[in-house]
Design a protein around this ligand. Structure first.
Ligand SMILES: Nc1ncnc2c1ncn2[C@@H]1O[C@H](COP(=O)(O)OP(=O)(O)OP(=O)(O)O)[C@@H](O)[C@H]1O
Ligand SMILES: [Mg+2]
Length: 221
């Protein structure tokens, strides 16, 4: 599997400055990548463009040679995006509705869905009681985990995680590391955006340093 950004430039509507400028990058299956760099460097923008959620002004993104902008609907299920701010992606009344929202678009077998929910709760060591809670009552860290579960449940081949460890307890930081490791072992791609390189040392195959929307350094093991 290969996800490729080809000379991608992106500007937010109404902005003069580019958030990404002529970015070329290749992400391969079975590998984990860390995107790092200062505030406002373009880390989040890179993830959103790589997921096909933002359309490049110039250049394009391909998954195994297929252009994302031309096949958005077909390719959507291959991508799981954890947003930097979980509030952006949580909108359902209860945790159960939230967790199962995406998978219900592609899987109609309710029993199978319930089984997956159970497995994920077990993995994250969460009590079933959480399922009936309204999402807004959860702490930021729990919201982040619920948002992550809502992605993991449909088993996307590509995980794009924007600052996943922010406000997480030690236990959940470890669980996220396990998720990343498992994705790697299954041949998937994980791209993590983070200020904090230390958390991901040992987990990542390549570190990509971005400044002012440009990749300035790439170090691979
Ligand atoms: N919705 C938006 N509208 C206009 N400009 C934006 C928007 N989102 C981001 N930007 C700008 O685009 C540039 C890149 O932002 P981005 O959020 O990708 O950086 P980042 O590296 O993820 O930052 P952070 O470390 O704070 O998460 C910044 O200059 C930012 O101000
Ligand atoms: Mg960001």
């Amino acid at each position: 599997m290969k996800l490729e950004l080809v000379s991608v430039s992106y500007r937010y509507p109404g902005q003069q400055e580019y958030a990404l400028k002529e970015v070329n990058a290749v992400f391969e299956g079975g590998k984990t990548y860390l995107i790092t760099g200062p505030n406002g460097a373009g880390k989040t923008t890179l993830l959103l463009v790589a997921a096909g959620l933002l359309k490049p002004e110039e250049g394009y993104v391909t998954l195994d040679g297929i252009r994302l902008d031309e096949h958005t609907r077909d390719l959507r299920r291959f991508f799981g995006v954890l947003f930097q701010n979980p509030d952006v992606m949580l909108f359902n009344p209860t945790v159960y509705d939230e967790i199962t929202y995406s998978i219900k678009q592609i899987e109609k077998n309710e029993g199978l869905i319930a089984q997956k929910v159970e497995e994920l709760l077990k993995f994250f060591e969460l009590n079933k009681d959480i399922l009936t809670k309204p999402v807004y009552t959860l702490s930021y860290g729990f919201k982040k985990i619920i948002a992550l579960i809502s992605i993991l449940i449909y088993d996307p081949k590509i995980l794009l995680l924007d600052e996943p460890h922010t406000n997480l307890s030690k236990k959940f930081v470890k669980k996220v590391a396990e998720v990343i490791q498992t994705k790697k072992e299954c041949g998937g791609i994980t791209i993590v955006s983070s200020h904090n390189r230390r958390v991901y040392e040992g987990l990542t195959d390549c570190v990509i340093y971005i400044v002012n929307g440009r990749i300035v350094k790439k170090t691979c093991k």
